[in-house]
Each structure stands twice: as structure tokens, then as C-alpha cells.
Design a protein around this ligand. Sequence first.
Ligand SMILES: O=c1[nH]c(=O)n([C@H]2C[C@H](O)[C@@H](COP(=O)(O)O)O2)cc1CO
Length: 177
Amino acid sequence: MLEVVGSIPSQVIPKTTNSFLAWCSALRGFWSSITYKQMRKIYFCGSIRAGRQDVELYGRIIEQLQAYGIVLTEHVANKEIELSEVNLDDKFIHDRDIEWLENCDAVVAEVTQPSLGVGYEIGRAVAMKKRLLCLFRPASGKKLSAMIGGAYDSQSFIVKHYAELDVPQILQEFFSY
Ligand SMILES: O=c1[nH]c(=O)n([C@H]2C[C@H](O)[C@@H](COP(=O)(O)O)O2)cc1CO
């Protein structure tokens, strides 16, 4: 038989309930931020057939991007890409990449080494109304195409002239939406 010993002080119930609810809500917020981060799909673009001199840099950028979501195009940083994509025909590569592009939440392109494929991906991404970040290193001595530099709109098409040290800050700003 249960015996009620005294009554629970009234101020304890709401306080405990409130802190429990606050805790639940914080947990829900934390969980949704984690699941959103895990679910965010990022399409990274970098030169392949147009020249692989920046492949190690692509790898370091992709590593940082993985803190913000799933990178669909990790293979762009694969130094053995010729081996991994060699059995795929161009039609397969094109259709697979366009499908990834359609499904992604954001596009990050390293545009220092000019590449037809990267330019094409950027154009398609704009038509799909994707958020884009284009990264260009002026220290390369190259000149960025006006079709990329001139597409900057401060909202969905961001162009950053950067040095590698700036990447963490640039990514943090780009993904803080
Ligand atoms: O084998 C490939 N796999 C592949 O995913 N791509 C895509 C991803 C890159 O961001 C972009 C590189 O284009 P390009 O090869 O023209 O430099 O095209 C391009 C190629 C080869 O053109």
C-alpha cells in the first residue's frame, strides 16, 4: 500500500518540469543540428582532366568540408583517379555527377585551375539554384574568369579570393546559414 508522505513543494514541480523541458528542447536542438549536418550533401568540384596540380589541396579542403556534411565527390581528391574512374564511360560520369549535383545542398568549387568540367558544373548548379562557393587563389598568378568572378551576388553565389589558411573561416561563414 502506498503511503503519501507529505506533499511535494509546489515550486519544485514546475521548476523540475521546466528544466526537464528545457533539457529536452536543448537535446532536440542538438540532435537536429547533428542530423542536419550529417544529412547536408556537399558537391565539391575540382579540376581532373584539366590538370591535377592542386589535388592535394582538394584533399585538405574536402577533409574540412566533412565537418559540415557528406561530400558526394570525394573522388576528386583521389590521386589515383585515373584508375578509379577508368572503367566508367563519360556518359556514366556525367549522368552520375549531374544526379549528385541535383541532390546536393551546396556546391564548393576550387576554381584556381581552370577546368571545363568545373565550369560546366558551376553553370548547371546555378541553373538548379544551388548555393555556391567558388575558391580562387590569386597567389597562383592566374586570372579568374569573369564568368565566375562576375557571377558573385553575395547571397547564393559566393566567390572568395583566398589563401589556404583562410579556408576554415570561409567555410564556417558559408555554412552558417
Ligand atoms: O573522371 C571524372 N570524374 C568526375 O567526377 N568529373 C567531374 C568532377 C570534377 O569537379 C570535374 C572535373 O572536370 P575536368 O575533368 O574537365 O577537369 O568534373 C570529371 C571527370 C573527368 O572529366
